[in-house]
Design a binder for this molecule. Structure first.
Ligand code: PMP
Length: 424
């Protein structure tokens, strides 16, 4: 595997892009041998700028649900692009998509379309505050809700004031949430819940049904709203809001990532309990009315409603989890595979500084598998059993190579720094 074109692009990028790359793709957060630039993607595979092809277990960090370049969804997108995309006002598709989504998402009576997950989570706070006339919004320690000043995990360039009135609680811990609710008192506008704990660097954790019900009851008792941030998990674990599985309906839910199979659109969904607030805020963006992503979202919804994609993702995920566990055990390693099988977090036991995780990811990359050393991954419905078996076979070959390297592994400084900034 050679990365000559990628190296040349990195050198050029270093001159014209801060640090050569930013955010979760920042060059210091991935193993040094990982490619930064990709030229094409089809189905389950991505091809880097040097022409190396990988089975991609990241699915673009979530947006790809039915496989890259899905012919039907992309045909809907391209068809609308030819008719008109970003126009002076929205196309009729906007109303159709809003109708379809409010019919599909149990708690939703209205939606506001936007572009990124951060738009939707930020708007959720505004709507909650506008609805209740209160200030405090509770979020779980370490939970990711986007990169705006109120929620970015890196504090540079933000003020303590940006985070004023945003106290924390421990995820899945009713006593901790009760204490935070009591502390906020009559100023509590909302509680934000991740559908499950999917924080980078940590094992994922499903909430108990008791916890989810307690969040709802505590919000109700305080006269506050419940927000579920479904940007990452939405439609990947249920054909409805993720907490519908636990029988709990939020007032607001934020969505993005896979809702148009990679085309840029996100939305905030709300129930009538939050409609007044949604009508009061000023919400807009130059591209928020673009029609082509809405056409792609409608085609994606068709597939969500008319295929067994969820069941398929579940089967593929179980196959992967079982296969990797067996392979790790065969070679004397132990993996911590957590969370829903279709959104696997795969960390290594005895690996506090991720040195093993990084080395394993490098060994897998060399064998044609793109996986992530510290972020949860995503399966897509274009993957086949053969693809999953290929991942397992690569692991079977990578573990002995990892063993050879164990005595020389060193912590990865960029990740240790990011971890401590998130923890702080
Ligand atoms: N919320 C969650 C749970 C997310 O996972 C993300 C993105 N990883 C966001 C919000 C922000 O979404 P975006 O990057 O599209 O702004």
């Amino acid at each position: 595997m050679q990365l000559r074109a990628d190296t040349a692009l990195r050198e050029r990028a270093a001159r014209v892009i801060p640090n050569g790359m930013y955010g979760h793709q920042a060059t210091h957060l991935l193993p040094p041998g990982f490619p930064q630039f990709f030229s094409s993607a089809h189905g389950a595979r991505i091809r880097d700028a040097d022409g190396n092809s990988y089975i991609d277990l990241m699915c673009a960090y979530g947006p790809n649900l039915f496989g890259y370049a899905d012919p039907e969804i992309d045909a809907a997108y391209i068809g609308q692009l030819r008719l008109g995309d970003t126009m002076t006002g929205p196309s009729p598709l906007m109303v159709e998509l809003a109708e379809r989504l409010t019919a599909r998402i149990g708690h939703a009576d209205w939606v506001i379309f936007c572009k990124n997950g951060t738009d939707a989570t930020t708007m959720a706070l505004e709507v909650a505050r506008a609805t209740t006339g209160r200030r405090k919004v509770l979020t779980a320690y370490g939970a990711y809700h986007g990169s705006a000043p109120w929620c970015t995990p890196v504090k540079a360039g933000t003020l303590p004031e940006d985070r004023a009135h945003l106290p924390h609680f421990l995820y899945n811990d009713i006593a901790s949430l009760e204490a935070a609710v009591a502390e906020a008192g009559t100023d509590l506008a909302a509680i934000v819940a991740s559908p499950f704990r999917h924080d980078a660097f940590f094992d994922q954790e499903e909430p108990t049904a008791d916890y989810a019900r307690a969040v709802r009851a505590l919000a109700d008792r305080a006269g506050a709203l419940l927000i579920v941030d479904d940007v990452r998990a939405g439609f990947r674990v249920a054909r409805d809001c993720s907490w519908s599985k636990l029988g709990v309906a939020p007032d607001l839910s934020s969505w993005g990532k896979c809702i148009a199979n990679g085309h840029p659109i996100s939305f905030l969904a709300g129930s009538d309990s939050a409609r007044k607030g949604a009508e009061a805020i000023y919400a807009t963006g130059s591209f928020w009315f673009s029609a082509a992503p809405m056409a792609a979202a409608l085609a994606t919804l068709d597939r969500i409603e008319n295929s067994y994609y969820l069941e398929r993702l579940n089967d593929l995920g179980n196959r992967l989890r079982r296969g990797l566990d067996t392979s790790a055990a065969r070679h004397g390693f132990s993996l911590k595979q957590t969370g829903p099988v279709q959104m696997p977090q795969i960390l290594h036991a005895e690996d506090p500084d991720f040195a093993r995780g990084f080395a394993f990811a490098e060994e897998m990359l060399a064998r044609g598998i793109y996986l992530h050393p510290w972020h949860n991954m995503f399966l897509n419905a274009a993957m086949t059993e053969t693809d999953i078996d290929q991942v397992i076979a690569a692991a079977d070959d990578a573990f002995p190579a990892l063993r050879e390297r164990l005595s020389t592994l060193a912590p990865h400084p960029g990740v240790v720094a990011l971890m401590s900034s998130v923890a702080g």
